[in-house]
Each structure stands twice: as C-alpha cells, then as structure tokens.
Design a protein around this ligand. Structure first.
Ligand code: GDD
Ligand code: MN
Length: 385
C-alpha cells in the first residue's frame, strides 16, 4: 500500500500582520485546504516576533488546527531570512514534498494554491504566479508610476538574469512572490546557507538557482490584489538591492557567464599576440597576406593553450596523442578564422588603406571571429562527452 498523500507546506512569513493572519489561517484551513484532495496541506508561519503580536494570534489558532506550525525568529531579519528558515523547517521537520511561498495579506488569492499544486502534479518543478500573462493582473488601484516601475524592474531583472536564453522570454514576472517549488531534486539541492541577500531580492536569487538546477517552470495567472489591511514591508532600498543581487548572481554563479568571460579574456590575449605580430611582420616588409597569416596562427596557438588549461578546464584535453589530435582539429576549425581574417583583412586594407589595419583587426575579431570560435570550441573542440 503506497498511496500515501504528498505533503504541501504553505510558508507565510509575517511581520506585523495581526490584522490579516487570523483571517488567512481560517480561510486556508476552512476553505482552501479541504478542496485539495491529493495533498496533505500544512501551514507554517514564520514570524519575526512582531511587535503587534501576530505570533500570538497564530499560537491561539494552533489550538484549533493541528497542521498549523509557527517558527519564531527573535528579531526582524528580512523576508529572505524568514523563507530560508521556513524552507529548512518544511523539509526537515514537516516532510514537505512541495513548498509554497505565500503572503499573509490576501494579495495572493488562496485559490491559486490548488492551481499551483495541480501544475506540480502535472510535472512542473517550479510554479510561478505571474501578473503579466493572460488572466493575471496588477491591482486596479495601482497608478501609472507604480506600474511603470514594476514593468521596468521586472524587465531589467529578466534581462540581467537570463538574456539571451529561453527563460528571458519565458519568465514574465521574475519578482513575483507567489511560488510553488518541488523539494526533491530542487529545494533540497539548493545552497541556501550562502545567500547573497536576505531582503526581498532573495526571490530573484531563488529563481536563478532553481533555473540553474534545471527546474521545469510553469507560470499561472496571478491577480495580485490590493493590500487592504496593514502595510507593505518593502523598503525604498529594495530596488537597488534587487539590481545588485541579479548582477551578482549572474556574474558569479552562472557557469555560462564565467566561461564566456574567460573565453573573452583568452581571446583578448590572442588579439594582443595577433596585433603585435601583425605589425612586426608588416614592418619587416613582408607581403600583406604573410603578416596577417603568421600573426593569426600565433594567436591560434595562444588560444588553444590558454582555453585548454583555463576556459575549458572541466573538459581539458590531456595526453600527447589527444592533444596532438585536438590541436590539429583546432587548427582546422581555426582555418575558418584564419581565412575570415586574412580575406576580410586583406580586402579591408585594400579598400581603406594600410593606415586602418589596426582598426580593422578588432572589428573582424569581435563580429566575425568571436562568435565563430565560441561555437566551434563548444560544439567541436571541447565538446561535452
Ligand atoms: N518574517 C518576516 N520578516 N516576514 C516579512 C518580512 C520580514 O522581515 N518582511 C515582509 N514580510 C512578510 C509580510 O508580513 C508579508 O506577509 C509578506 O512577507 C509579503 O510582504 P509585503 O510587505 O506584503 O510585500 P509586498 O506586498 O509589498 O510585495 C509583494 O509583491 C512583490 C512583487 O511586487 C510580495 O509578494 C513580494 O514577495 C513580491 O516580490
Ligand atoms: Mn503584500
């Protein structure tokens, strides 16, 4: 008999939510959870010992609902901190298979909870409530300015985190606070102890990490409501913190970006080798094609060596026979680059004159050789087995 229900833990962080938390708890236990047949639903409130006594309301309700849990932090330490603690508690003590991030103030409609769990059942690993897709919306009361900042902020975050990959197009509302995450293979694999930020921007860091873990993402419409009681805890510094966070994770945690920056550096060194020799050989009075050809080959040797020991060190080519074979292959694919540079360079000099030689080289490299090489290196030379 193995038809034990899966467990869904809804985590609500609270700070001074005394006017909404009691109603939310009742709503979830009386209306929402009973509709959800396939899951055992639990609610975990993470309160930072709110001065207004939010946690006391929760403690009172715990007498009534056995699946209601409370985690108390000694002091206010940010929504990101509350979620890290809540996620760990949900995984380690509450047996969570899926964790839902939810607000206490009814801005997230409770009916989205069964909808998100359906998507998890259907195979999604990470379900995001989006205000930007069909059926989703911002609160009616939001003025132009608020909508404008939300749009620009969301777009910037998408761009910095994911451009030019598919999630840039796919994730329409990256700052959303409504999410459901699969634990196995995702939340339990996520490094939550070294988060860059503990503020609201943690949302984007979690998002980025789930994407890196290969989560299958599904968006559902979110009609984001107006807050009717209490007040927003978002601070003015949230925007700057969000920008810093997305830049940080993309630069330091994205293997693609790390690799591309190394590739760029190696290429730049190759360019210096190329430019120096180009001038030297030309000054010796050799023919134009010779100057371009020799200097380009020298750059190829530099590129092969440095990329092998640095950029592609995880797929490093070792052993004399493999190295020889790959170096020959590298020369072969680089013949394309050599031909591109020699032909375009020679034509360029004949059109613009020799005084433009050094200007032509970086343009040819940037727009023709660089994209060509990136593709050849990844698809042929250091191809993953
Ligand atoms: N424990 C704890 N500690 N809870 C906090 C803290 C904190 O420092 N800061 C905020 N919270 C709780 C609030 O009490 C609330 O239940 C929830 O986190 C969301 O906070 P709100 O203050 O209501 O945020 P918001 O409505 O302005 O922002 C919402 O929309 C954003 C997108 O526009 C949230 O859903 C954000 O996560 C989302 O990014
Ligand atoms: Mn809110």
């Amino acid at each position: 008999m193995n038809n034990k229900k899966q467990t869904a833990v809804v985590v609500i962080p609270t700070y001074n939510e005394v006017d909404s938390i009691g109603k939310m708890i009742d709503h979830l236990f009386k209306k929402t959870f009973p509709q959800i047949k396939n899951w055992h639903c639990k609610l975990l409130v993470v309160d930072d010992t709110s001065p207004d006594g939010t946690y006391k309301v929760v403690q009172e309700k715990q007498k009534k609902y056995k699946d209601l849990y409370l985690l108390l932090n000694k002091e206010k330490a940010g929504i990101g901190n509350a979620y890290v603690k809540g996620f760990k508690e949900a995984m380690n003590k509450l047996d969570a298979d899926t964790i839902i991030e939810f607000d206490s103030d009814f801005q997230h409609p409770p009916e989205t909870i069964p909808a998100m769990l359906k998507e998890i059942e259907n195979g999604a690993d990470y379900v995001l409530g989006s205000r930007k897709i069909k059926g989703g919306s911002n609160p009616k009361g939001w003025g132009f300015k608020r909508v404008f900042f939300s749009e620009v902020g969301g777009f910037t975050a998408r761009f910095i985190l994911f451009f030019p990959f598919k999630n840039f197009f796919k994730i329409t509302d990256p700052t959303t606070g409504l999410k459901a995450s699969r634990v196995k293979g995702f939340v339990n694999k996520m490094d939550m102890d070294n988060l860059y930020t503990k503020s609201f921007a943690y949302k984007l860091e979690f998002l980025f990490k789930m994407v890196l873990l290969g989560a299958k993402i599904k968006e559902i419409p979110l009609q984001f409501g107006l807050r009717t009681v209490g007040e927003s805890k978002i601070e003015p510094k949230t925007a700057a913190d969000t920008l810093k966070t997305v830049l940080h994770v993309r630069l330091y945690d994205d293997p693609f970006v790390k690799k591309f920056l190394k590739f760029g550096t190696v290429g730049f060194i190759g360019y210096l080798v190329n430019a120096t020799l180009l001038q030297l050989v030309a000054n010796l009075g050799q023919p134009e094609w010779m100057a371009w050809g020799v200097s380009t080959e020298a750059a190829i040797i530099s590129n092969f060596t440095l990329n092998n020991i640095w950029t592609f060190k995880s797929d490093k080519i070792k052993g004399l026979s493999a190295l020889t074979k790959k170096f020959l292959q590298f020369n072969f694919t680089s013949a394309g680059a050599l031909i591109i540079q020699t032909v375009v360079g020679t034509i360029g000099v004949s059109v613009f004159g020799a005084q433009y030689r050094q200007l032509l080289l970086p343009f040819i490299i940037l727009f023709l050789v660089l994209p060509y090489n990136w593709i050849m290196y990844n698809k042929i030379i250091w191809k993953k087995k």
